[in-house]
Design a protein around this ligand. Structure first.
Ligand code: ADP
Length: 221
């Protein structure tokens, strides 16, 4: 029986969280819970949340903590997450969200919080060629010569350029990351739950280090 896991991935936009979360989710057989993907699904479905979130997201701003905490609380209470665990991608993004998450997970605490570290200059270059499957969130790198529509090889969904991957929105999201999300690195370090992984090497190499880190944490706990 493959053991589950309860993980948080932190890291700048374009650090490779989406790519690594898809792999980690298959490896540990746990759901990949991406708040960005959940919000994009709400936008596509045209729900009340989606209509509100679209404007906020396209400007590169953050959706309010109360709304995000409510969405995550509900998702983590579902059977798959309670039984096997999850990989959280894009949440928490503020100290307020992290405090709420500590309360939500007080019975089944997070195993480890991973900071996937890639410097700002490098993520800017990666983001300009990023394309994302709107259905499963798989990330691709565009060469500019792809046939359109571009079909996701994982799930058959449409691979798109995200509406919020404009240079202005990217710069704003990276600024917000430094202001609002980077303080979480200290928050989790103080709790002794942080592991920093260098995300600049190949996806396979980063993945090996991620799984080794999770396994080592679990052996020592
Ligand atoms: P990125 O990491 O490139 O910013 P995401 O897919 O994680 O992309 O998020 C896209 C957008 O969704 C964010 O810019 C923000 O508007 C919104 N969002 C996602 N997660 C959160 C969150 N935890 N708190 C507030 N807003 C969020």
């Amino acid at each position: 029986m493959i053991p589950g896991a309860r993980l948080i991935l932190l890291g700048r936009q374009g650090a490779g969280k989406g790519t690594q979360c898809v792999r980690l989710s298959r490896h540990f057989v746990v759901p990949h819970i991406s708040t960005g993907d959940m919000l994009r699904a709400a936008v596509r479905e045209g729900t009340e949340l989606g209509i509100m979130a679209k404007q906020v997201m396209d400007a590169g701003n953050l959706v309010g903590d109360d709304i995000m905490v409510g969405i995550v609380r509900e998702r983590l209470s579902q059977t798959d997450a309670v039984g096997r665990g999850y990989i959280l991608d894009g949440f928490p993004r503020t100290v307020g969200q992290a405090i709420a998450l500590d309360e939500i997970t007080s019975d089944l605490p997070i195993d480890v919080v991973i900071d996937l570290d890639v410097p700002r200059e490098l993520v800017l270059a990666r983001l300009s060629s990023r394309r994302v499957c709107r259905d499963c969130g798989t990330n691709y790198v565009a060469s500019g010569h792809e046939k359109m529509p571009w079909i996701c090889e994982v799930c058959g969904g449409d691979v798109m350029h995200r509406d919020d991957d404009t240079p202005e929105a990217i710069a704003h999201r990276l600024d917000l990351y430094e202001e609002q999300t980077a303080p979480l690195i200290e928050y989790y370090q103080a709790q002794g739950r942080l592991a920093v992984i260098n995300g600049t090497s190949s996806p396979d190499d980063v993945f090996r280090r991620l799984t080794a880190t999770v396994d080592a944490r679990r052996r020592s706990s």
